[in-house]
Structure formats: structure tokens, C-alpha cells
Design a protein around this ligand. Structure first.
Ligand code: SF4
Length: 218
């Protein structure tokens, strides 16, 4: 079997920055102890072990809000995936010191969702169920946004005439651009009025395109 090294590969800039923020927090005694990180910074055992060695406790659970319930003091770091406003406000209510390592590209989607809802849109957000990024984005505007993963989810929507009037589409940053395009085309067939925003980030796009381009000659 031939192994092809695809380039670019490895951590995206959002995860690299979040790791760097976590390392700096661990080194700085000004941040209250213990230091927790809400969920895995990246699905990589070595990265989590590095943080553990620096004294950062990685907490896990079904969603960010319930993970936060495990923390009663110290510092919490939010991962690059972002968190909902509810998680941020609950952390503040608990008197926790918060460090937000949300990737700027994820923040763009949070801002977009708030902006679109303020303009009267109902949002169909294409993303993965159970993933932390949609949890944070959906938490921006509960009641004004639905998570859809595929065509069957689009069919299952029961939108009111008012919601159908102004529909916008937004996406998770880490999706397959080809699968996403397929779901968007399906949405456009059902709701031609939909305004589409594709929020797949540059790091994800270039990695996917590199795999396709560099695997061609294999
Ligand atoms: S938005 Fe892109 S760059 Fe940012 S953390 Fe997610 S995958 Fe990485």
C-alpha cells in the first residue's frame, strides 16, 4: 500500500491558535486554578495529553452546557468550536474566569446568524448533529434556526408561512463542500427564495481540494 502525504495537512489555524492560547493560560499564574477546557480542544490524544501535562483538565460530556455543570471554580477555556451565549452567561454566573479560544471563522457565523435573524430571516443551518460547533451557533438564536444535516431533515421541517417568507442558509465550517452543495441545491429547489451563505472555512476547503488534487495521480 502506498501512503501519499497530502499537503496542507495537520491542525488548522483555529486549532493551532486555541492550543497556543491554552499553553499561555497554563503558564500564567494570574489565571485562577484549576484550569478546565470545555470539551476536547481537538480530537487528538497527544494534544490532550500535552494540555494535561501543563495542568489543564479536559472535560467531556454530551454538550458544552452540561460539561460546564462540572465546573464550580477556576478558569474555563472555550474551544475553537465556539459556545452559545447561554454557556457564556452560565459561566459568568458561576464566577468562572473565561478564556474564549473560539476561531474567528466560527465567530463570523455567529455574527452572521444574529444579523440575519435581526433582518427577519429564518435560518436553515447545515451541520452535524451532536457536534459542538452547531450547538454554539444554534444557541445564538433559538427558535429562529433549524439544524439540517441532509435532504431528509429538510423534508421534515415544518416551517410556518412567515418563516418560509425569508429563509437564509448558513453552514458549519468543517463540512464536505460537495455534500454541502448537494443539500443546498435541494434547499434551493424547495425554497428558491433562500439566501445562501456558505461558511465552510478556508482551512477546510484547501485540505479537501488538496486531497482531491493530490490523490488523482495515485
Ligand atoms: S473554522 Fe476552520 S480554521 Fe477555524 S477551527 Fe474550524 S476548521 Fe479550524
Amino acid at each position: 500500500m502506498e501512503v501519499i502525504k497530502i499537503s496542507p495537512r495537520g491542525y488548522c489555524y483555529g486549532v493551532v491558535d486555541a492550543l497556543q492560547i491554552a499553553r499561555q493560560v497554563a503558564k500564567d499564574p494570574a489565571h485562577p486554578r484549576p484550569i478546565y477546557i470545555l470539551g476536547q480542544i481537538v480530537h487528538n490524544r497527544h494534544a490532550i495529553e500535552e494540555l494535561t501535562d501543563l495542568g489543564i483538565v479536559t472535560l467531556d460530556g454530551p454538550d458544552r452546557a452540561s460539561i460546564l455543570e462540572q465546573v464550580s471554580s477556576g478558569t474555563v477555556i472555550f474551544t475553537a468550536h465556539g459556545v452559545s451565549p447561554l454557556v457564556k452567561s452560565r459561566a459568568r454566573e458561576r464566577g468562572l474566569h473565561c478564556i474564549d479560544a473560539t476561531c474567528p471563522d466560527v465567530m463570523v457565523t455567529h455574527d452572521l446568524v444574529r444579523d440575519l435573524v435581526a433582518k427577519g430571516y429564518y435560518i436553515l443551518y447545515i451541520g452535524k448533529k451532536g457536534h459542538p460547533e452547531p450547538e454554539g451557533v444554534l444557541g445564538e438564536e433559538p427558535g429562529h434556526i433549524s439544524l439540517v444535516e441532509n435532504e431528509a431533515d429538510v423534508d421534515a421541517l415544518a416551517l410556518t408561512p412567515e418563516q418560509k417568507r425569508k429563509i437564509a442558509v448558513s453552514t458549519q465550517t468543517t463540512l464536505s463542500q460537495w455534500d454541502t452543495r448537494r443539500v443546498i441545491e435541494y434547499i434551493k429547489r424547495r425554497y428558491p427564495q433562500a439566501e445562501v451563505h456558505i461558511d465552510i472555512c478556508k482551512a477546510t476547503q484547501t485540505r479537501q481540494e488538496a486531497v482531491v488534487a493530490q490523490a488523482k495521480g495515485a
